[in-house]
Design a protein around this ligand. Structure first.
Ligand code: ATP
Length: 239
């Protein structure tokens, strides 16, 4: 379980998040929706340690992780699939995936079966299986996005942060990405999902939060947010 309490964070002197609180219970999919610039990516970065929070608390299974270095946060089981296809371009698909498992080999969590997990990741992402020896930099944008997701899953994580996994993808790949998120959910993977496709995100999620100008304006069960007239008008294309 991931708990974020009264989180403040930003860049230099500019505060972007003004005290947000989010709970990601074990086994659930929680979605964070909001307009461009609301602070969704900043939230993900603060959780995974890419930027240091200026105040507030972040706990993973009760242990404080706020302010730790990203690698130490990953070692405790928090995986981040960042916005915008950040893969290791000059390494093969398989090696990118193995790197995703690396923090668990050095931490105190069970190391598990990395070779088996690699095969399971390939089954979940068949496009990657066909390209396992190909250099990641030569994959299409959509394939790179899937590789970033699969690499996060290779941590065998307590929680996965998925930042806009569908960004820039052709509609058929968007559908595939959401199917994979659904399958991960069935396998019990805990996720915090940031998505521009709010309707699809609310369809797969258990619970949602709406972020507006660095503050949570509404939160509730995903089905309730889908029916909320204000949420519909602002994020679900009206109606
Ligand atoms: P989008 O959907 O457009 O990615 P977002 O909700 O993820 O939006 P953030 O990327 O978190 O929004 O950005 C929130 C604010 O922080 C914006 O005003 C943005 O300009 C600012 N910001 C983001 N990254 C940086 C940075 N590296 N340095 C300074 N300001 C930044």
């Amino acid at each position: 379980m991931l708990t974020i309490e009264n989180l403040h964070a930003g860049y230099g002197k500019v505060e972007v998040l003004h005290g947000i609180s989010i709970e990601v219970p074990k086994g659930q999919v929680i979605t964070l929706i909001g307009s461009n610039g609301a602070g969704k990516t900043t939230t993900m970065r603060a959780i995974s340690g890419m930027i240091a929070p200026s105040a507030g608390d972040i706990r993973l299974n009760g242990e404080r992780i706020a302010g730790l270095e990203p690698f130490h946060i990953a070692k405790r089981g928090l995986a981040h699939s960042p916005e915008g296809r950040r893969v290791f371009a000059t390494m093969s698909v398989a090696d990118n995936l193995l790197l995703g498992a690396f923090p668990r080999l050095t931490g105190s969590r069970p190391k598990g079966d990395v070779a088996g997990d690699l095969e399971r990741a390939m089954e979940l992402f068949p496009r990657l299986k066909e390209r396992r020896t190909q250099l990641a930099g030569t994959l299409s944008g959509g394939e790179q996005q899937m590789l970033a997701m699969a690499r996060a899953v290779m941590l065998n994580p307590e929680v996965v942060l998925l930042d806009e996994p569908s960004m820039g993808l052709a509609p058929i790949l968007v559908e595939e990405v959401f199917k994979i998120i659904g399958r991960l959910k069935e396998q019990g993977v805990t996720m915090l999902l940031v998505e521009q496709f709010a309707a699809a995100a609310l369809a797969v999620a258990d619970y949602g939060y709406v972020l507006e100008n660095g503050r949570i304006s509404v939160h509730g069960p995903a089905a309730q947010l889908r029916d909320d007239p204000a949420v519909r008008a602002a994020y679900l294309g009206g109606g």
